[in-house]
Design a protein around this ligand. Sequence first.
Ligand SMILES: [Zn+2]
Length: 324
Amino acid sequence: MKSDAFAALLDSLSTLTPSQREQVEERLLQISGRNKVQEIVQGLRPSACTACGSVNLVKNGTARGMQRYVCKDCKHTTNPISHSPIARLHKKDKFQAYAKCMAAGLPLRETARIVGIALSTAFRWRHRFLQSVVAHQPEVIEGILEVDETYFRISHKGQRGLDEPRSNGSTKGLGRGRSRKHWQAVLVGRARGTPLTLDAVMPSMSRFEVEQALARHLDPNQTIVCCDGSTSFENIPTNLKVPIKVAVASYKSPDKCPTYHVQSVNSYHSELKKFINRDLKGVATKNLPHYLAWKRLLKWEKEGLLPEDYIRSAIGLQVINTKR
Ligand SMILES: [Zn+2]
């Protein structure tokens, strides 16, 4: 390429949209024969030996395009993603295409077709990609934290050998009743005015369990909890010393302060239900934590989350629910 044309090309780079920039990066990777995983891992170093915990690690060649390290104490070799959920998956060159499908919230069949992998592989990858993200919750919330619970019908979708007919979590089939045993509680917290979202699949909505789930996100000097009048939240002011503001349902109530509402968390619940019950046509209850994590990732797109961030998340790097 002539030097003036090359200079013009370099100049034009600053005007690219995020999606165009991504296409350019992908093309350059393709040309260099590397994939996105190798590129991401390039800047990482294992913090300690996964076998003995020693920090005495030295570089020791490469394998599958990734730097390997050897422990000087026990001779165990490792790479920066050895113990991540996606370490042993094959076809890593297809991860970026797969991550794009996840970022678009696509169902499995479509994803498998686009990426060119088996349906069973697409399913396995989905859960490996989301495994680490379950723990990618926000730290202490500063300001108003709206909390509320929502329920998903217990579902054994995909499970074989059940005596009862399977239910996929839709409103049809088993568990039509209102009995607690047919429903799984999920606690969601949204920090007002920020994109931070926390969630937890709850063993129960007892005061003790709610306190356990929220404790690490609350600070008496920084957090105000906003909730409805449910007794599940009663322990918080006494045990965690965090003030609680109860959102009054009736707009006519004389005590109602417009600041203290749970509209943000309730609208998140609606989005979550649409995603799980309608877009994904119900999910198995045992996999619910993964789908909550996926929804958190999708929600973070407004914050500039890129498809490759799904790969970063999968190897355990927290890219969502972080403060800037
Ligand atoms: Zn070691």
